[in-house]
Design a protein around this ligand. Structure first.
Ligand SMILES: *Cc1c(COP(=O)(O)O)cnc(C)c1O
Length: 389
């Protein structure tokens, strides 16, 4: 198997392209024409392989899908209009009324909301188990459990699941596993190689990498992805061809960007860990991180998101964020520009402090999603900002 950088550049792309173009063209069309009724018959009876209508696929989208599948070492992939579209369509395809899901506790807010509110309305049962407690995860599995869903690393605390242990539990219990691997990217971690059934990415983040597109992806076996593709053709959360093109373009530099982001984040984590105004840093390179050893074994880099707690209240934490001159205040992560946010005042704004604490979000928590700027500049900037706390 070729290395991840080679796969990022060439994966999924045929050597011979339309009109001998080097890059994959944007096929900006909503539908595809049939020469005659015979061709239509040949298509529906599977004698020829071709496109039919935009909701069922597009050649630019197809190249992006094959590139992402190759990067994760999966048989097939499917692209969506957003990460949440990938998560919701995949879960709708895998579950029916009466089914049960086990989800680990630290997870993207909208994923939790979809599981605990939307899917519950359709008669799907959901149990939450602590990330990192495999006995509790196993205990949560029932006779009607269909799948275990987890992020790794998790958002925002960077908890790392031991994928070998998770897959062992799932196999004993004959349930499927889904990992949202957005924080890791296929450069730092490839869950398929550990036996995970489906891997989901918000391609809006590192894969696109330039804060200029929304997309999501699921990769896995041909059989599982095919079932999800059929449902996508019904529910319609498809990416547009231009976003698919931007994603292909972004992924070509994925390995370079992620290497720089790993490096910047690791340096920032070490700097903050030693700073008297910082109470705690949640980053897997640090020996204080609960899954430091697992991350070292399972990942080839620790990722670009550093979560940390300021020694101070909600306002002191805001002062630090407001004093930063390089990272911009914005939701999202994974792009070339550094972004910083206080989850209590961004994703969880409408909740009270008590409600936030129940879901594990502290008022003094900061999520710093590092970009590809010079690490020295990012650290010098944090240093001057911390003087304002
Ligand atoms: C952003 C994110 C999502 C949702 O992706 P969108 O592209 O914003 O819909 C899901 N999971 C994780 C871990 C994320 O960071």
């Amino acid at each position: 198997m070729r290395g991840p950088s080679t796969r990022a550049v060439h994966g999924g792309e045929p050597r011979k392209k339309a009109l001998d173009a080097l890059t994959t063209p944007i096929l900006q069309t909503s539908t595809y024409t049939f020469a005659d009724t015979q061709e239509l018959r040949d298509h529906f009876e599977g004698r020829i392989d071709r496109m039919e209508y935009g909701r069922y696929g597009n050649p630019t989208q197809r190249v992006a899908e094959e590139k992402l599948a190759e990067l994760d070492g999966a048989e097939d992939g499917l692209l969506f209009s957003s990460g949440m579209a990938a998560i919701t369509t995949t879960l709708f395809a895998m579950l029916s009324r009466g089914a049960h899901v086990v989800v680990t506790d630290d997870a993207y807010r909208r994923t939790r909301q979809f599981l605990n509110q939307t899917l519950r309305r359709f008669g799907v049962e959901v149990s939450t188990a602590p990330a990192g407690d495999y006995a509790r995860i196993e205990e949560a599995v029932r006779s009607n459990t269909r799948l275990i869903f987890s992020e790794s690393p998790t958002n925002p605390y960077n908890r790392v699941l031991d994928l070998e242990k998770l897959v062992a539990v799932a196999r004993r219990k004959r349930v499927k596993t889904i990992i949202d691997s957005t924080f890791a990217t296929p450069i730092n971690q490839r869950p398929i190689e550990f036996g995970v059934d489906l891997v989901i990415h918000s391609a809006t983040k590192y894969l696109g990498g330039h804060n200029d597109l929304l997309a999501g992806a699921v990769v896995g076996s041909r059989a599982l992805v095919s079932g999800i593709r059929d449902l996508q053709g019904v529910t319609g959360a498809v990416p547009d061809p231009f976003s698919a093109y931007l994603l292909i373009r972004g992924v070509k530099t994925l390995a370079l960007r992620v290497a720089r982001q790993n490096d910047n984040a690791e340096r920032i984590a070490a700097f903050l860990d030693a700073h008297p105004k910082i109470a705690h840093v949640h980053y897997p390179s640090l020996p204080s991180h609960p899954e430091h050893e697992i991350a070292r074994r399972q990942m080839s880099g620790f990722g670009g998101v550093v979560a940390f707690e300021v020694n101070g209240d909600i306002d002191a934490t805001s002062r630090l964020i407001d004093a930063c001159r390089i990272p911009r205040i914005a939701p999202s992560l994974g792009g070339v520009e550094s972004l910083i946010e206080q989850p209590a005042l961004m994703s969880f704004y409408e909740l009270t402090t008590e409600e936030r604490l129940k879901v594990g979000i502290k008022d003094n928590l900061v999520r710093y999603a590092v970009g590809i700027e010079d690490g020295d500049d990012l650290i010098a900037d944090l240093e001057q900002a911390l003087e304002q706390v």
